[in-house]
Design a protein. Structure first.
Length: 317
């Protein structure tokens, strides 16, 4: 960034004259899938203990995004409505990010370390209509924490939740449920299955109604000195931000990008997910930060680039 007027707080972006794209994330993924039909897009390869071994090509990834997008339409999510995600870096997180973008819904990323009070604040302040969550994260039981703010959810009908203090919240869905079901919730696979009733023309119509200037994501500040503030980010804004960053760093479709950063943070999802996708590169995510797993992924996948904060780098040594 460069200050262009010493008398005003006005900064010009240092884009190095790189042409800005005026497309949605859905349009971007369609284009990348056409251009790289055999390229690996998403790779999870260091979790045999979880029976997780994923190597999605870009067309496979795009197809799965469409399936989830149809599921969201099937449960009543429409353009402009907010969908919260409270989870570690599981594959469903990535699918949800692009599926909400495809139909014009807005993803609300929630800090994995949120307390029940903080979770309630974000869901209420954002008017979230749905919450996707994993059962656990490290030592935290997310279901238990969520039910501290929605007691009685087990007595309600999935998709028709009714809480006076969270009037917009209608859907709670468990990702990575591994077959475990709970009353009041759908599991992620249920929503994908319900999406089979949505036709291709219906999905296409929803996608065509989305503009690059529409909001695609809400990320919250830490709230260190007050209540967290929700920052609304547009398709065009986050795409060009990460694309320019990728180009300036000299990264390309040949890059193999390891990402141990938490997805709820801009470093994890905007730079760490959208960055490699914007270039047709290969993304190698980590479910959560584990220095041994990161080093294993770097070695196994011949990683050429990765983003980490200083404390992570020290842990590698």
């Amino acid at each position: 960034m460069a200050l262009i007027d010493s008398q005003k707080s006005h900064w010009a972006p240092e884009s190095q004259n790189i042409e800005l794209l005026n497309v949605t994330l859905g349009e971007l993924l369609n284009d990348i899938s056409r251009r790289y039909p055999h390229k690996e897009a998403i790779v999870y390869s260091v979790y045999p203990e979880l029976d997780l071994d994923i190597r999605w090509t870009y067309p496979e990834f795009n197809q799965k995004v469409n399936q989830v997008a149809k599921g969201l339409l099937a449960v009543g999510i429409r353009k402009g409505e907010k969908v919260g995600v409270w989870s570690s870096n599981v594959p469903e997180w990535i699918l949800l990010m692009f599926a909400t973008a495809r139909i014009g819904a807005i993803l609300v990323t929630i800090n994995t370390n949120s307390t029940p009070r903080e979770l309630e604040y974000v869901l209420k302040q954002s008017d979230s209509k749905a919450l996707f969550l994993t059962p656990k994260y490290r030592t935290m039981d997310y279901i238990e924490r969520f039910e501290m703010i929605v007691p009685g959810i087990s007595d309600q009908i999935p998709g028709s939740l009714a809480f006076t203090h969270l009037p917009e919240l209608k859907v709670a869905a468990i990702m990575n449920a591994r077959g475990e079901r709970r009353k009041g919730y759908w599991i992620f696979e249920d929503i994908v299955e319900m999406g089979t009733k949505i036709s291709e023309p219906e999905l296409k119509s929803a996608a065509e109604n989305v503009k690059s200037t529409d909001p695609v994501m809400i990320q919250y500040t830490s709230g260190t000195t007050g209540f967290p503030k929700g920052a609304m980010l547009s398709h065009k804004g986050i795409l060009n931000n990460t694309r320019i960053w990728y180009i300036i760093l000299g990264l390309s479709d040949e890059t193999v990008h390891v990402n141990p950063m938490p997805f709820f943070h801009t470093g994890g999802c905007v730079l760490g997910i959208l960055g490699p996708v914007s270039a047709g590169a290969t993304l190698v995510p980590l479910i959560e930060f584990d220095p041994k797993k990161v080093l294993e992924a770097i070695h196994k996948e011949r990683v050429t680039f990765g983003g980490s904060v200083p404390t992570m780098i020290l842990a590698y040594l």
